[in-house]
Design a protein around this ligand. Sequence first.
Ligand SMILES: *[C@@H]1O[C@H](CO)[C@@H](O)[C@H](O)[C@H]1NC(C)=O
Ligand SMILES: *[C@@H]1O[C@H](CO)[C@@H](O)[C@H](O)[C@H]1NC(C)=O
Ligand SMILES: *[C@@H]1O[C@H](CO)[C@@H](O)[C@H](O)[C@H]1NC(C)=O
Length: 972
Amino acid sequence: MHVPSSLFVSFHLLLAAAVVATAQNAPSLVRVGVILDLTLSIGHQGRIGIQMAVEDYYAAHPASATKVVLHFRDSEGDVLRAASAAMDLIKNAQVQAIIGPPTSAEAEFVSHIGDRAHVPVLSYSATSPELSAAQTPFFVRTTANDSFQTAPVAAVLRAFNWRAVAVLYEDSSYGMGILPALADALQGVSAKIMDRASVPSDADDARIDAVLYHLMAMPTRVFVVHMLYPLAARLFRRAKKAGMMSEEYVWVATDGVGGFIEWLSPENVDAMQGVVSLQPYVELTDDVKNFSARLRERSRLENPSDADVVNLTLMRLWSYDTAWAIASAVEAAGVPSPAFQTPQQGTALTDLDRLGVSATGATLLKAVLTTTFDGIAGKFKLVDGQLQLQAYEVVNIIGKGARTVGFWTPEFGITKDLNPDSAKVLKQILWPGEPRSTPKGWTVSPNGRMLLVAVPVKNGFKQFVDIAVNSTTGETKITGYCIDVFDEVMKSLPYPVSYRYVPNNDSFESYNNFVNLVRDQEVDMIVGDVTITASRMAEVDFTMPFTESGWSMVVTVQKDTSSTMWIFVQPLSTSLWLASLAFFIFTGFVVWMIEHRINPEFRGTPWQQFGLIFYFAFSTLVFSHKEKLESNLSRLVVIIWVFVVLILTSSYTASLTSMLTVQKLQPTVTNVRELQRRGHYIGYQEGSFIKSSLTKMGFEESKMRMYSSEDEYADALSRGSANGGVAAVFDEIPYLKLFLSQYCDGYMMVGPIYKTDGLAFVFPRDSSMTGDVSRGILTLAESEKMTKIEKAWFGEPGACRGPSSAAIGSSSNLSFQSFAGLFIITGVASSLMLLVYLATFAYRERDELRAAEPTAGSGSVSLRKLRAWMQHYDRKDLRSPTFKTWNDESLRNGNESGNRVPSPRWMGEGSQRNGATSPFSVSVRSEVNVVSSVEETPASDALDNSSEQEEEGATINSLEITQSPSFVQSSR
Ligand SMILES: *[C@@H]1O[C@H](CO)[C@@H](O)[C@H](O)[C@H]1NC(C)=O
Ligand SMILES: *[C@@H]1O[C@H](CO)[C@@H](O)[C@H](O)[C@H]1NC(C)=O
Ligand SMILES: *[C@@H]1O[C@H](CO)[C@@H](O)[C@H](O)[C@H]1NC(C)=O
C-alpha cells in the first residue's frame, strides 16, 4: 500500500513539477480554428500552407511566449456546416481566432458568430464587398475585396473603347457583391451595362445555354464574367459550343478565373482561349519558389492523388501569410489562455445563445489589425480590416496557360510593365477566334440579318442619291453623295455593320411619308437627302446633319441700267465731293493771295482774277497749270495740293472702275414680300418640306410650282413668272448650291437663309446606333475625306460662284472720312503759308499800313481802315524781283523810245534799296496818278500807261471805290 501511495504521491509531485516547469519555460498555448473546404484539393493545400506557416513562424521565433495550436474543421462547402464548425470551434475547442471559411457566403455567417463571441475571423478568400469590417468588426479580410478589381476591368474596356457590355455573374454572394461597384466603375468610363445575367453555381448546361443564347441576341459582344473557376469553366465550355468563343466576341473575366488558371483542366483552358482576365500580382521571389516547392513536396507526401495540381496560386500564399499574421499577433498581444465568459441570460433557445464571449478577443483583433510584416505574397498590411493589393496583372489565356499582357496599378492605371514609365497600353492580345484586328465589341445585327437601308428614288439632284439599273445585268447600282458619306461613316464605326440599300418610291410624294417607313419598321434606317425637321423628329431619330443647313431662294439676275448715266458721281460721297470743291477753291485762293502782289499772271481785272483762282486750282487736277509761281510759299502749297489731288483722282478712278464692273448685275427680285405683292409664281422641289413652310409664310398654293431637277429649275426661272415659269425657286442650301454650280450665269441666291437643320440619316427612335453614327459623321466632317467626297459630287467649291450675293449694291463709295487726313495736311499747310505770307506782308509794309488812313465813307472806322489795308495789299509789290526787273526794262524801253518820260523821283527811289517807304510811295503815286491823270504829273501818267495797260480797269475800279484826297496827300 505504501509503495503505491508513495509512488502516487511522488508521481503527483513530479507532475506538479512538470507543470511548473512548463509554466515557466513552455509557451502558453493559443487555440486557433481553421475552417476549410477539405473536399477540394485547394482546401487541402490551404491546410498545408497554414500548417507550414505556423511551423515556420515558431522555427523562426523559438523564444515565443505563445504557441498557436490549430484546430481544423471541414465546411464541405456548405454554409451551415461552416457555421456549425465555427460553433464547435468556439464552444468546444475554445479557439481565440478562426482562419476563414473559404467562400463569402460561409464567411458571412461565421463572421456574425465571431462577432458575437468576440473571436476574430480572418478570411483570405471571402472577397465579396458585402462583407465588411464596418458591419462585423471581428471580420478581417486578408485579401482585397472584389470592388477593387472593378477599376482594372473598366480600364481594360476603356483601353479598347468598348462602351456596351453584358455582365455574367455567379448567383451567389460572391457573384452579386461586385455589381454595384462594377456599375459605378463602368459608368466612369462611359460604358453601359446592356444586360446582367446571373448563373447559379449549380446551373445545368441547359440553364447556362439559355443565358448564353439570350446574350447572343444582344448587340453587345463584350462580356464581363465574374464567377469562380468551377462555374466559369463550365460556362466557357458551353459558350464555345454555342460559337461564342469566336471572332467578334470579347470576354473579360475577374480574378475568379485569372487567379485559378493552374486549377483548370487542359480542356477547360482550351475552351477559354482568348479570354482576358485579372490576377492579383505577386512577385515571383525566391521565398515564393521555395515555398511552392516545399508545398508541392508535402502535398505529394500527404495526398499522392493530389499531385497533379501542384502549382502556385495566390490563395496558398495568402493562407500562409494569414496564419503567420495570427501567430505574430498572438505573440504581440501576449494573449493568455482562453477565458470565455458565458453570457447571463434567461432563455437560451439553441447553443447559439449559449455562446461565450472571448475576454481576449478585442486585444487579439487589435493586434491582428496592426500586424505588418513582409509576407511571401508581398507586404502584409491591413487598412480598414482588409489587405491592400499593389497591382493586378492582366493576363490573356492562350495555349495551355496565361500570358501576362499588362499591369494595372491604382496610381498609373494600365501599363505594359510594372515600371511606371512604360507605355500605358496592353501588349498584343489574342482575342477569341484570333481575329486580325481588335473586335469592335458590338454588332448591329446580332442574328446576322442584314439591315435594310431605304434610299429615295429621285428625278433630279442625282448627285445626292442616284439609282441606276444596268439594263444588261439587271443590277441596281446606288451611288451619290449621301451614299458615300454613309458608307464612310459605317466603316468608321467601332463595330461591323452589314446593310443593304433598298430604293423606295415613297419619296416622290412626300419625304414625310418616306421617313415613316422607319417608324413603321419596314426598313431599319434611311440614307438620303432627308432634312431634319421637328415633325419628323417626333417619329424617328436623326443623326447629326452632314450638310449645310437652311433654305433660301434663287432668282434670275439682269443687267442693271438704272444708274449708269450718273454713275460717275457715285465713287465719291457727297461730303467728299463738297470737301474737295472747298479745298480746290481754298487752295486757289491761297495761291492767289500769295502771288497777287508779286506775280503779273495773278493780276488783272477782278473777274479775271476770280476766274484765275478757279482755273488755277482745277487745272491742278490734270497737272496742267501753266501759271509760273513766284513765291516759295505758294509753290509749297501747290506741291502738297498736287499730292492730294493725285491720291484723290486715283482713288476715284479705282472706285469708278469697280463700280462699273460690279454693278452690272442685279437680282430681279430681292425679297419674299416683293414676290407676294407682285403675285409671282414660285417653285419648290418635289417631296420637300419647303412647300408647307412656304404656305406658312403666306404663299398661295395656286402660285407654287413643283420641280424635280436642276434643269427644270433653270428652265422655269428663265421663262419667268409670266410665261409659265417662276420668279424664284425655294430650296435648301445644298440643292441651291448644286444648282448654282451647274448654272453659273444668270442666277443668284438672295434673301435671308431660313433655319433648318440640314440633311441627316434616319434611325428608329432611341436606336443605340444614332450616337455612334453621329460621332462618325462629325469625325468625317472634320477630316479631309469629307472634302474629297464633296468635291467628287459637287465639284470644286467656289469653282463657279456666279454673281454671288456680295455683288448686290454693296460696293461702297469713298467718304470724306477716308481722306480726312489728306485734307488736314493740305489745309494746315495752305493756312500756314497764308499766315506766314500775311505776317511777312504786315511786317514789311508796317509803315504804309500804319499810315493808311481810313477812307471816307460809310461804315465804322475799323472797317474803313481794313478797306484801306486791302487797297494797299492790292497794289503791286514793286520790290519783288519780277516787278523790279520788269520795271527796269519798261523804263529802259521808255527811255529808248523817248515817248515816256521817266520820273526822276521814281528812278531815284527805285534804285534805292535802303527803305521800304520810297518804292512804295512811288507805286502809290503812280496808281493815284492813273486815276486822276488830269492833276497828276505826266511822268507818272506815262509809267502807268506803258506798264499796266491790262490792269488799268481794275486799278481804276479799286481807286474809284477807295480814293480819298487825304490818302493821296499822305502818299505824297
Ligand atoms: C473594398 O475595397 C475598396 C478598395 O480597397 C474600398 O474602398 C472599399 O471600402 C472596400 N469595400 C468594403 C465593403 O470593404
Ligand atoms: C506548374 O508550373 C510549372 C512551372 O512553372 C509548369 O511547367 C507546369 O505546367 C505547371 N502546371 C500546371 C498544371 O499548370
Ligand atoms: C452592265 O453590267 C455589265 C457587266 O458588269 C457591264 O459590262 C456593263 O458595262 C454595264 N452597263 C452599264 C450601262 O453600266
